[in-house]
Design a protein around this ligand. Structure first.
Ligand SMILES: Nc1ncnc2c1ncn2[C@@H]1O[C@H](COP(=O)(O)OP(=O)(O)OP(=O)(O)O)[C@@H](O)[C@H]1O
Length: 288
């Protein structure tokens, strides 16, 4: 659905944000895009939305070059940026003005999601808080039924009940024709929702894996003591013990802790890359 090839991008000449980046995203998935502050998550999302242009290489969405923002592309793409502005309109006028851009917009779904988020349809946007406005945009974005839905830090600013409502509505919105991309620092908010996980670091994608493959290759354990046999890739001390990411040498599947995974990927990217590329070589070999 999205093919990014040899993409280089930067805001200033000698300060690249991405160098020769390649990424392929497939419909039917809710991708989680993770990275430290300034790693380029928002920039990548804006490139996919056609709002920033590659200096080299290409970003093609369902056959359209994103940067050309052709009508056929715009009809099938909704982008919720981290910072947004909405006009002071009654909600029904907001819908009347914006819904016609999206041929598959569903008023019925929009109402359902608003109800889930406890927002009355009679509201005027000027009377809503930041978090409530965000929920209106999330509800609208999902109800557009576009093939590509991009959300930059959607749970930022949402209260605790809204975060679980968010998970519920997003989980109901994915289908085989749609790709959803969500960037976040709050990985715990999105655990059980995002899969695969993509990590950006230092101008490149350093990790792009399905959680099933993560469970197969890595173990997430709370250890009281680390022994020499434990192939520890990353560990953190806590009051409960040492939370560790290890190479999965036993074949047992443990539950993936996204925060630990992210920290491990950043702290030990060379070894983690080797572990996952071994798997890909083996799969390619089997496929021959
Ligand atoms: N409008 C801009 N002009 C110049 N540089 C920019 C601009 N926007 C972002 N940058 C730079 O580009 C790099 C990537 O920024 P980006 O906002 O894409 O990162 P991010 O991963 O989304 O960060 P955060 O997690 O803090 O939101 C950073 O070094 C940032 O300073």
């Amino acid at each position: 659905m999205i093919e990014i090839q040899n993409l280089s991008f930067g805001y200033a000449k000698n300060k690249p944000v991405f160098k020769n980046l390649n990424l392929s995203l497939k419909a039917g998935n809710i991708y989680g895009l993770l990275g430290e502050n300034g790693s380029g998550k928002s920039s990548l999302m804006k490139i996919m939305a056609g709002l920033l242009f590659p200096q080299e290489g290409s970003c093609v969405v369902e056959g359209y070059r994103a940067q050309h923002r052709e009508p056929g592309f715009l009809r099938e793409m909704f982008f919720l940026p981290e910072e947004f502005h909405v006009s002071d309109l009654p909600l029904k006028d907001f819908v009347r003005t914006n819904a016609p851009f999206y041929p598959n917009f569903s008023q019925e779904q929009f109402q359902l999601y608003l109800k889930e988020f406890n927002i009355a349809e009679a509201e005027n946007l000027s009377k809503l808080s930041y978090g409530q406005k965000k929920k209106v945009l999330i509800a609208f974005g999902i109800a557009t039924n576009t093939h590509l839905l991009i959300m930059d830090e959607p749970t930022n600013g949402l209260d605790i009940p809204s975060k679980s409502q968010f998970r519920k509505v997003i989980a109901s919105a994915i289908d085989e024709n749609r790709v959803i991309i969500i960037s976040t620092h709050q990985v715990r908010d999105l655990s059980g929702l995002i899969d695969p996980i993509i990590v950006i670091d230092q101008q490149e994608i350093i990790f792009n894996e399905l959680l099933d493959d993560v469970s197969e290759k890595l173990s997430f354990r709370l250890l009281t003591k680390i022994t020499e046999e434990d192939k520890v890739l990353y560990s953190e001390h806590s009051l409960k013990g040492t939370a560790a990411v290890l190479e999965n040498t036993t074949g047992d599947f443990t539950k993936v802790d996204l925060e630990l995974l992210f920290n491990a990927v950043l702290a030990n990217k060379g070894r983690i890359r080797e572990i996952f590329s071994d798997k890909k070589v083996a799969e390619d070999f089997q496929g021959e």
